[in-house]
Design a protein around this ligand. Sequence first.
Ligand code: PGA
Length: 256
Amino acid sequence: MRRPIIAGNWKLNKSIREAIDTVTLLKRQLADVQAVDIVVCPVYTAIADVAEVLSETAIKVGAQDVYWEDKGAYTGEVSAPLLKEAGAQYVVIGHSERRQFFHETHETVNKKTRAALKAGLTPIVCVGELLSEREAGRTFGVVGEQLKGGLAGFTADDLKQIVLAYEPVWAIGTGKVATPQQAQEVHAFIRKQLTEGWGAEVAQAVRIQYGGSVKPDNIAELMREPDIDGALVGGASLEAGSFADIVKNAVVVGVR
Ligand code: PGA
């Protein structure tokens, strides 16, 4: 059974005050939505305050990254137990911006995912190809490697706790959304990889989000595809009204 899941990745945007204002609006606008899991991912410094505002609601809070050690001499890092303590229940791992600008590898994605699971956080593990890789016909190869490396060593039970996000890098922040067919093709490939690695039952249970220029007017057609179970939204999640519209427009199919 796959319940749709829409997550907003605010990236490096919003002060604590601005974050509180946004979720205060969201809370009102999404009070009646029950058919979708909803997550917002503010910067670290706003997590606790955002979680406080959302405490009596169905909207959950996520972090945008995590370190794999619990504590120690790792200046500047934040661990999974601390995120949990601050009120996070999800964490985005291996976003393409982290892979590109902060040199994350399959191995770091793997360690971070393991740490998140250990702390009881739901990891949202991101995969996706660059434009040059797509043009070279390497999309499945690249995504396959990211899955293999990022998820190596996890059990079927682990997999059931993980959300995956397919985000073609050429569609992120560009306004150039993948067509529903392009996205579905890769989502189906991901599910096939999951079937081969962990069996059909696990593959059918794992939710796979699409990410890359998702907007209120393109979410419904994406959600109609059989293997697209939600979205990871960047730019259009910053404004409460547009994020709320995306969530509402995502309810075109129920649990599958
Ligand atoms: P975008 O970002 O919606 O602004 O394209 C998506 C993401 O980076 O998760």
